[in-house]
Design a protein around this ligand. Structure first.
Ligand code: MN
Length: 503
């Protein structure tokens, strides 16, 4: 079930009066058929809404302004069936405040070899009409997605679907509220950043709360509520013997249940979609929220540890983009390496907070001492990740801009059992290999924290970077470190200048 079903993408077809009413009527009908075809494909997470063909600068400006003010509309797909002189698009594109996809398609797939005449040629002009329209987007330095191919082609529909899902994430990003329980971990650099710039670029409202504000919610949770939630844990997880009623650690589990209820209520009351904690800021709480944070991630909330609000917001957006598709997503940290040259890999984990949406099997509910922070032993879910294609995504603040970094991964089974590891984990092979992948990530300034996802592919993050107009770099099977370092240096120059180029 996709909760974003009410959202829409508008389909806008460009033309002009030159062709006369009969041709324009045909253009209108063809567009409506494409819209119907996209909606019936079963691939798109939103409804595509047909808009009458635009033929003048005023009509173009009008539909672009209306798309911007329609709260259900999360983006526009534009198509040039015929030639639509692109000066007509300048005012509209400058006014357009929603993500834009340029579908460079043609109504008919094949040339009608034996029948083709000039009437046919004059109706099916996408091949050059799309180039005229593309020029003005480029001349305006307008970020957009270009998808090329026949509209019935599954690969084309899949690209449109990915872009629509990204637009759902972008829509979620606007006004996304992040609650920070406490501040950043002291002296840590990469989890810091410019929250004002993040609000300007991504729309995030990031606000800190004293842990005492959360404690007030914890104190109001009733014993009955805690007992009911614990029963849910017993159904969903393999609860360790010493965590069950009467066991040494049962009370520690109940405390996490109390936190979970309190944090959820706090976030519902404030309309928050993501949150952070910090084990250094726990005054009034006896444990670091572990199980509670894991459960809230599984419920769809973004999370960042040690005050990492950027990854918390990114996790929320990634969870929104991937609603209804296979594969989980979690807060993650590159924790410990296996540096055997014949079989190297990364063990990803965190002190506690990994989302059970990535679990391969039923998680175990356990309690262990934390080792740092001086607090009581926290309850947590312990499991290993599902295997498969995945990626780590992170967002850093470069001082003059944000940079989104993606590293693709193969998640594999751990090479041996991990009987003493008291936390959830994932074991992966970094692309292109550990040495080059980690070096590139480090040259790019990538965090130790990331959003790990088995659900999405790099296209989503590339699309998102275009929508937000922030830097995007990818480390994958094709990455060459020497070339990658040059890209980072070239980007430094580009991002110093690009503001002056924008229309
Ligand atoms: Mn951490």
């Amino acid at each position: 079930m996709i909760s974003s079903q009410k959202k829409t993408v508008w389909f806008i077809t460009g033309s002009q009066h030159l062709y006369g009413p009969a041709t324009l009527k045909q253009v209108d009908e063809d567009s409506a058929i494409i819209v119907q075809g996209l909606n019936n494909s079963g691939k798109l997470p939103v409804d595509v809404v047909f808009k009458p063909v635009v033929k003048t600068p005023d009509e173009i400006l009008d539909v672009c302004i209306k798309a911007g003010s329609d709260t259900d509309c999360i983006g526009v797909i534009t198509w040039m069936h015929t030639f639509s002189p692109a000066k007509m698009w300048i005012a509209g594109l400058k006014a357009l405040q929603k993500p834009c996809l340029h579908l460079h398609t043609q109504f008919n797939r094949d040339l009608p070899w034996s029948e083709i005449d000039m009437d046919y040629m004059n109706l099916h002009q996408s091949a050059h009409g799309g180039r005229e329209y593309g020029f003005i987007n480029t001349r305006l330095r307008k970020n957009r997605k270009v998808v090329v191919g026949h509209w019935k082609d599954e690969k084309v529909q899949e690209q449109i679907a990915v872009w629509c899902r990204t637009a759902i994430g972008w829509n979620e990003s606007q006004g996304l509220k992040v609650a920070r329980f406490g501040d950043n971990m002291r002296e840590v650099a990469v989890t810091e950043g410019d929250k004002v710039e993040a609000q300007i670029k991504f729309g995030w409202q990031v606000a800190a709360y004293g842990v005492g504000d959360l404690v007030a919610y914890v104190d109001k949770v009733t014993d009955d509520e805690v007992t009911a939630l614990y029963k849910e844990y017993e159904q969903l997880y393999d609860v360790a013997g010493n965590c069950k009623p009467g066991g040494e650690y049962h009370e520690n589990v109940l405390i996490q249940a109390r936190y979970e209820i309190a944090m959820k209520r706090f976030m519902e009351d404030g309309g928050f979609g993501a949150f952070t904690t910090n084990f250094e800021n726990l005054t009034g709480l006896s444990q670091l929220p572990g199980l509670a944070s894991q459960r809230l991630m599984a419920a769809g909330y973004g999370f960042g540890a040690e005050g990492d609000w950027k990854q918390a917001a990114m996790l929320r957006i990634i969870k929104k983009m991937s609603e209804g598709i296979k594969g989980g997503s979690s807060f993650m940290e590159d924790y410990t390496y296996h540096l055997d040259p014949a079989n190297e890999g990364v063990l990803g984990a965190h002190m506690l907070e990994i989302c059970p949406s990535i679990a391969a099997k039923k998680p175990r509910l356990e309690v262990h001492p934390l080792g740092i922070g001086g607090k009581d032993a926290p309850a947590r879910l312990v499991f290993e990740s599902e295997t498969g294609d995945a990626m780590n995504v992170t967002l850093i603040d470069m001082g003059n801009r944000f940079r989104l970094i993606v590293n693709t991964l193969d998640v594999i089974e751990p090479l041996a059992a991990l009987p003493k590891l008291p936390v959830a984990s994932a074991f992966w092979k970094t692309h292109p290999n550990l040495a080059d992948g980690a070096a590139a990530w480090i040259y790019a300034g990538g965090t130790h924290h990331s959003v790990f996802t088995l659900a999405l592919t790099p296209d989503y993050i590339e699309n998102l970077a275009e929508m937000a107009d922030v830097e995007f770099v990818i480390i994958d099977k094709n990455t060459n470190v020497t070339q990658f370092k040059k890209e980072l240096r070239w980007n430094e120059i580009y991002y110093m200048l690009n503001g002056s180029l924008k229309a």
